[in-house]
Design a protein around this ligand. Sequence first.
Ligand SMILES: Cc1cc2nc3c(=O)[nH]c(=O)nc-3n(C[C@H](O)[C@H](O)[C@H](O)COP(=O)(O)O)c2cc1C
Length: 222
Amino acid sequence: MVGVCGASGTPYAASVIRALLAAGEAVDLVVSRAARLTILDETGISFRDAHWQADLAAWIGDDPDLAGVRYWAAGDFAAGPSSGSYPAKGMLVVPATTGAVAGIALGLSKDLVQRAAAVTLKERRPLVVCVRETPLDGVTLRHLVELDAAGAVVLPASPGFYAGGSTARELVDFVAGRVLDAVGVGHGLYRRWSGELGGARSASADAASTAKPTGTDGPRGA
Ligand SMILES: Cc1cc2nc3c(=O)[nH]c(=O)nc-3n(C[C@H](O)[C@H](O)[C@H](O)COP(=O)(O)O)c2cc1C
């Protein structure tokens, strides 16, 4: 189950969904009302319940096979994921707003994202909360501690640079990869720490030198 909230960082959600589908995982998807604003703001796509397949394909790109996706409207409390008896392995809330963090920590269940997260916790299934906000105030920090105590993995959308990523896509994929690591889904989204300082940099340099024929693409002149 993937819940997308209205925090900046919709590329994190797109990367997670792409990777889950690539791994052959079934995806139950819910997009909060506020997330429509962030998707619109960050991609220009108006995400519509009635046209979710076309809008999702345009959003996540890479010509995805959406056969494994089941979409649920955020206001649909009769949806499958509203119940613990609906088969689900766990839930990834990515990106998570401070509002969703509060709602999940306090058990508000104000929409299907929050209800499905509450169900995930009560059923003792894995819940990953990829929070995106900065700076964080004491209220949110306390809610995050409560989520941790309840068994959730609190995973800030905070890319690491040790994996050698430098493009926005690589840094986004790093966070998405860590989200998938938290639930044991295989992926190749980032280069793992090799136990060697500078390992990622030298691997990138090796890849670059084998990719470019000598003398055709280097700097010219003095
Ligand atoms: C363009 C835009 C960016 C936003 N970015 C964030 C953010 O990074 N983190 C956050 O907690 N809220 C952010 N918000 C505010 C949330 O969308 C708002 O609190 C909303 O009520 C969250 O609802 P949801 O948790 O149901 O998605 C943003 C809002 C907009 C319009």
